[in-house]
Write a protein that binds this ligand. Structure first.
Ligand SMILES: [Zn+2]
Length: 74
């Protein structure tokens, strides 16, 4: 059993790794696409048209977090 949803799910748009939201919001974040996928009743809505766009400050926050996780990305 994977420990976290974000370990098994990838972004439906770019197939990149997702980050778990650090806020109270139940969301999975794609820093590349600057999208947040809402988790409803424990099930992430992995649909581009339902994703929320990150604000500028959120995007910066998660981009920095993603670089820490994978310094040698791409
Ligand atoms: Zn993406």
């Amino acid at each position: 059993m994977p420990a976290k949803l974000s370990d098994i799910l990838v972004c439906p748009v770019c197939k990149g790794p997702l980050l778990q939201s650090s806020s109270e919001r139940r969301e999975l974040i794609c820093p590349r696409c600057r999208l947040a996928f809402e988790i409803r009743s424990g099930i992430p809505a992995m649909i581009r048209s339902e994703a929320r766009e990150l604000t500028e400050s959120e995007a910066e926050h998660y981009c920095a977090a993603a670089e820490k996780l994978s310094p040698a990305r791409r």
